[in-house]
Design a protein around this ligand. Structure first.
Ligand code: SAM
Length: 346
């Protein structure tokens, strides 16, 4: 297995069978070697600095009914909210004062936040914070909408493909959603010039090793600038309420594989990882992640943006807990970077 890991480290590519055996490998020494190589690769590219992004959850209203998601349309237990533009701007102000230079606007596909409204909101943030990056994570839109947001000043877009396998995609989503359209959106985003992020949930119901191999090959081919990998965690008010959570170890292993596949990628140590394990954030960093996204939403709405059970949004998961996060990262030999942290194309 060491030869396969060395090959991935050197060539940044493996074939399907090699990825499969790496994912299935249970050998503790080999898995530690994979992690060590990923960590060395991250340190060589980025030093020990971890980029921070201020996450603003702008709406929990959603027209979609993804079976895994706590804010799906059919969940009547959710108390719905949409942030106003002024509230979003005040989150940005608070974040800027704390040292954030990237704002991530994430939300459900809220029809009340029209393309015009998003465009104007992006333009206002761009005008007030010319030195900051604006990342959007607002789901599937038209190509024209993506273009308008980009022209208004958005720089990055996060849109996980969730699973590349068509049949698996169809078991996670209602029939009015299609894998084709999601992949089409990703193509548009890249074409327009966004730093584009995609990714998956690890351990989503019905996921097989073969599906993960397809995800690895897709991401290897697509070369996103950002790769978001987090464990699936059930939400009590969804059809997947009784499904088990994804594995932390497999999530960490995938982070390491993606780091070796794509050394320059911006890879977050996700909130889902931190929600499953008290030191999940640190484990993600040690596995090769180099980004964290503390929560910058108004504290009154954080509990309402409930994608899965026990989502971490306070303490070191919160923007105001940045000091605590810094201490935690210091303890494992890393520091917080207050730079914008764009993808480096050279
Ligand atoms: N609506 C936008 C979209 O579809 O990309 C952004 C919001 S969506 C809630 C953000 C991400 O949350 C999804 O891409 C999905 O991977 C993740 N997510 C949703 N439910 C989850 C769950 N139960 N466990 C882990 N991650 C989940």
């Amino acid at each position: 297995m060491k030869t396969t890991i060395d090959k991935l480290c050197q060539d940044h590519t493996l074939n399907a069978e090699e990825y499969r055996s790496l994912l299935l490998c249970q050998d503790t020494e080999a898995n530690a070697y994979l992690q060590q190589k990923a960590q060395q690769t991250t340190l060589a590219r980025f030093g020990n600095a971890v980029f921070i992004r201020g996450l603003i959850e702008i709406s929990n209203r959603c027209r979609n009914n993804c079976l895994y998601c706590g804010i799906r349309k059919s969940n009547t237990m959710v108390s719905r909210y949409s942030l106003s533009r002024e509230t979003i701007l005040s989150c940005c102000r608070e974040g800027y004062a704390l040292g954030f230079r990237t704002f991530v606007l994430q939300g459900g596909e809220d029809v009340s936040q029209t393309d015009d409204w998003v465009t104007e909101t992006v333009a206002c943030i761009r005008q007030e914070f010319p030195d900051c990056a604006i990342t959007l994570s607002l789901g599937e839109k038209s190509k024209e909408a993506y273009l308008r947001f980009f022209k208004a000043g958005a720089n990055r877009y996060l849109l996980r493909h969730e699973t590349f396998n068509e049949a698996h995609y169809a078991t996670l989503h209602p029939s009015d959603m299609s894998r084709e359209y999601r992949l089409q959106c990703l193509e548009w985003l890249k074409e327009i010039g966004y730093q584009t992020g995609t990714g998956i949930m690890v351990g989503s119901p019905g996921q097989k090793i073969e599906h993960l191999v397809e995800d690895l090959l897709f991401i290897e081919h697509f070369r996103p600038e950002m790769i978001g990998i987090g464990p699936f965690i059930p939400h009590v008010d969804t059809p997947f309420a009784n499904e088990p959570s994804g594995s932390i170890d497999l999530t960490l292993k995938l982070i390491s594989i993606f780091r070796l596949m794509h050394p320059s990628a911006l890879i977050p140590s996700t909130t889902a990882l931190a929600s499953l394990s008290p030191n999940g954030r640190e484990q993600g960093i040690l596995a090769g992640a180099n980004v964290v996204m503390p929560n910058l939403s108004p504290s009154s709405v954080r509990k309402k943006y409930s994608l899965y059970n026990h989502k971490a949004a306070f303490g070191s998961e919160a923007a105001e807990g940045l000091k605590l996060l810094e201490e935690q990262l210091n303890q494992i030999g890393y520091i917080v970077s207050r730079e914008r942290g764009d993808y480096n194309y050279v």
